[in-house]
Ligand binder design. Structure first.
Ligand SMILES: *[C@@H]1O[C@H](CO)[C@@H](O)[C@H](O)[C@H]1NC(C)=O
Ligand SMILES: *[C@@H]1O[C@H](CO)[C@@H](O)[C@H](O)[C@H]1NC(C)=O
Ligand SMILES: *[C@@H]1O[C@H](CO)[C@@H](O)[C@H](O)[C@H]1NC(C)=O
Length: 426
C-alpha cells in the first residue's frame, strides 16, 4: 500500500520536474530561434518562375483518357506553395515534393536552422534561408503559420497553392498524443486516459492563453493563420473559410490520399511516377486510441471550426472527383496502389514499416514524440537493384534526414532532439 503510494508520488514528482525542465528547454529553443529584429524588407516584384524546365522542352503528349483535347500538351507546374498542416500525413507528401523538386532541379524556400518557419509565429519572408528581395523560388513546403501576403511576396503570382486536411476528430487525437506533453495545462489532467478526461470537460482544462494551447483547439484553422478560439457563429469564421477555399486551388484529404494525389496530378500536369509514395511518419497501431462515437462527437464539437472547414472542403473535393470522372478516378487510384505495392516489394525489407527498435540504419530513424518510440520507420532492402537503389532510398528516408541532404542546416532541431533523447533515456 505505502509502496504503491510512494511510487505514485515518485512518478508525480518525476513528472513535475520533467515537465518544468521540458518547458524551460522549449522556451529557450523558441527564444533562441525567433528572430528578434523586425526586418523591413523592400518591396521588389517577385520574378517569374526560376525553374530550369527540362520538361517544357519535351512536353509530354496528354494521354487520350484525359479530358484535355487530344494533341494538346501541358508542362508540369513547378511553382508550388504547400501549406503543411500538422498531423495530416504531410510528411509523406513532403517526400513526394522533395523528389519532384530534385527531378526538375527546383529551388526550395527552406527555413534556416530548424525544420519549420518559426512556427507558431506567422510566416515572414525574412525567415527563408538566404532570402533577399527579388530572389526567385519554386516551392515552399515546410511547416509555417500561413500568412498569405508574405507568401505572395515570395513566390510567382501563378503559384499553385495546395494543402491537406484531415478529419478533425482524428487530428485532435493525434495532436493530443504527439504534443500533449508539451502543453503545460495537460499536466494537471488526472488519470491515465487524459484524452477522455479532457474531452469530458474541455473548458475545465483548456487555457487559451496557455503555452502551446493551439495544438488542442482548431489546430487546422490556427495553421492557416486564423484565430482558433473564435466562436463558431463569429462572421470571421465563414470569411476565413471562404478565403482558404479560394486561395488554395487543391485541398487534399488524408482520408482519400490517393484520390487527392490523382487530382493533384491532373491539376499540375504531373506524371504517375511523381506520385509514388510510402507512408512516412505513421504511428504504430497500438498507440492510436480509437475514439468512441461519443468521444468523437465531443472532439468535433470542441474543434467545431475545423469541422466546419473540413465539411466545406469535403464537398468541393467530391465535386472535383465527379468532374474528373468517378470511374476514371477508381482506375487511376488502383493503378497508383499497384505501383506503390510494387515499389514496396522492391525497396522495403519485409515489405512493411517496423518499430523504431527494429530499424537498423540510424539514417532511417524517424523523429519520435517526446518520451515515446511510437513512430514507425523502414529498413531499406540490402540488395536493391541498381536501377532502383536511389529512388528507394529517397522514398524511405525520414523528413529531417532528407532536409539535411537537401542542404538545410538544422542545428536547432538537432539540439532539441538531443534534449529529448536525454528525457527519453531518463
Ligand atoms: C514589424 O514591422 C512592420 C512594418 O514595418 C509593422 O507593421 C509590424 O507591426 C512590426 N512588427 C513588430 C513585431 O514589431
Ligand atoms: C489516341 O487516340 C487516337 C485517335 O483518337 C489514336 O490513334 C491513338 O492511338 C490514341 N493514343 C493512345 C496512346 O491511346
Ligand atoms: C463528404 O462528402 C461525401 C460526398 O458528398 C459525403 O458522402 C460524406 O458524407 C462527406 N463527409 C463529411 C465528413 O462531410
Amino acid at each position: 500500500m505505502t509502496g504503491k503510494r510512494g511510487r505514485h508520488w515518485r512518478s508525480v514528482c518525476k513528472g513535475l520536474v520533467l515537465g518544468t525542465l521540458l518547458t524551460s528547454c522549449t522556451i529557450l529553443v523558441y527564444c533562441l530561434s525567433t528572430p528578434q529584429i523586425n526586418f523591413s524588407l523592400p518591396e521588389v516584384p517577385v520574378p517569374y518562375s526560376c525553374a530550369h524546365r527540362p520538361s517544357q522542352l519535351h512536353p509530354k503528349p496528354t494521354a487520350n483518357t484525359s479530358l484535355r483535347s487530344a494533341g494538346q500538351t501541358c508542362a508540369p507546374k513547378v511553382d508550388i506553395m504547400f501549406m503543411k498542416t500538422h498531423k495530416t500525413a504531410s510528411s509523406t507528401f513532403l517526400n513526394i515534393l522533395f523528389r519532384f523538386g530534385e527531378k526538375h532541379r527546383l529551388k526550395f524556400a527552406f527555413p534556416d536552422s530548424r525544420n519549420d518557419f518559426f512556427y507558431p509565429s506567422l510566416f515572414q519572408r525574412s525567415q527563408v534561408k538566404d532570402y533577399r528581395p527579388g530572389m526567385c523560388f519554386n516551392i515552399i513546403c515546410n511547416h509555417m503559420r500561413f500568412n498569405a501576403p508574405e507568401v505572395a511576396k515570395l513566390l510567382p503570382s501563378d503559384t499553385s497553392y495546395i494543402t491537406i486536411l484531415r478529419d478533425p476528430a482524428e487530428l485532435f487525437e493525434s495532436s493530443f498524443h504527439y504534443f500533449g506533453r508539451l502543453i503545460p495545462f495537460t499536466w494537471k489532467i488526472p488519470g491515465d486516459d487524459k484524452l477522455t478526461e479532457f474531452l469530458l470537460d474541455p473548458k475545465l482544462y483548456f487555457d487559451p492563453e496557455g503555452f502551446n494551447s493551439f495544438y488542442l483547439k482548431n489546430l487546422l484553422f490556427f495553421d492557416f493563420g486564423q484565430d482558433n478560439t473564435l466562436q463558431l457563429d463569429d462572421p470571421r469564421v465563414d470569411e476565413a473559410i471562404g478565403f482558404i477555399t479560394q486561395r488554395f486551388q487543391l485541398v487534399m484529404l488524408v482520408e482519400y490520399f490517393e484520390e487527392s494525389l490523382i487530382l493533384l496530378k491532373d491539376a499540375l500536369c504531373w506524371e504517375m511516377d511523381d506520385l509514388l509514395f510510402f507512408k512516412l511518419n505513421a504511428r504504430s497501431r497500438s498507440t492510436v486510441s480509437k475514439l468512441t462515437p461519443e468521444l468523437r462527437a465531443r472532439a468535433l464539437e470542441w474543434n467545431a471550426i475545423d469541422w466546419k472547414l473540413y465539411r466545406h472542403v469535403n464537398q468541393t473535393f467530391w465535386k472535383k472527383v465527379d468532374v474528373y470522372g468517378s470511374q476514371r478516378m477508381a482506375r487511376d487510384v488502383a493503378e497508383l496502389r499497384r505501383r506503390n505495392k510494387e515499389m514496396a516489394s522492391i525497396c522495403i525489407e519485409g515489405g512493411h514499416a517496423v518499430e523504431a527498435a527494429s530499424i537498423q540504419e540510424t539514417a532511417m530513424q524517424p523523429w519520435q514524440p517526446i518520451g515515446e518510440k511510437s513512430i514507425l520507420g523502414y529498413n531499406l532492402k540490402k540488395n536493391v537493384n541498381k536501377a532502383h537503389r536511389k529512388l528507394c532510398r529517397k522514398m524511405l528516408i525520414p523528413e529531417i534526414q532528407y532536409l539535411t541532404e537537401l542542404g538545410v542546416n538544422l542545428w536547432l532541431t538537432k539540439l532539441w532532439s538531443h534534449v529529448r533523447d536525454i528525457f527519453n533515456w531518463w
